[in-house]
Design a protein around this ligand. Structure first.
Ligand code: HEC
Length: 126
């Protein structure tokens, strides 16, 4: 036989728990050890790209320039003329590393004529 008071408090705990997990879902990933940005593309599309995408043309084109992460870090941490600075709490070093890789994976501009298709597998090994 159940006592009504117990089932009430159990219900309360369950509701509180549901609210907590909901809050954790909508909270930005700021917990320690969690990446702030899902990927370099995520950071680029949500921050840098607002000014630096070629079609925007506010900032310089960053893609396809093989920019070293150290260079990105200096510009991002200090800002540069019209560009605001971003602290590590917003864009951490790991995110900049991912961004550097992502930018290098994008084609340089202006687009160059496509080179003839390379062989899928380099021959040579017998
Ligand atoms: C509000 C617009 C804006 C945002 C957001 C922004 N930048 Fe910039 N950035 C600029 C502008 C404008 C310049 C050019 C400043 C100048 O040359 O006077 C610049 C310059 C730079 C430069 C140096 C110039 C070059 O082409 O080598 C780098 C590197 C750079 N930004 C990287 C980034 C990265 C990485 C992010 C994202 C974390 C970012 N920027 C976000 C506006 C922005």
């Amino acid at each position: 036989m159940k006592r009504p008071r117990d089932s009430m408090s159990l219900k309360k705990i369950m509701v509180t728990g549901a609210n907590l997990s909901l809050a954790m879902l909508v909270m930005p990933a700021q917990a320690e050890g969690q990446p702030q940005w899902r990927s370099g593309a995520d950071l680029y599309n949500n921050v840098c790209g607002y000014c630096h995408k070629p079609e925007v043309g506010v900032g310089t084109v960053l893609q396809g320039r093989e920019l070293p992460v150290e260079y990105l870090k200096i510009m991002v941490r200090n800002g540069f003329n019209a560009m605001p600075a971003f602290p590590a709490s917003y864009v951490d070093d790991a995110a900049l590393g991912e961004l550097s890789k992502y930018l290098a994976s994008l084609p340089p501009l202006p687009p160059r004529p496509t080179p003839p298709p390379a062989k899928a597998q380099p021959g040579g090994s017998p």
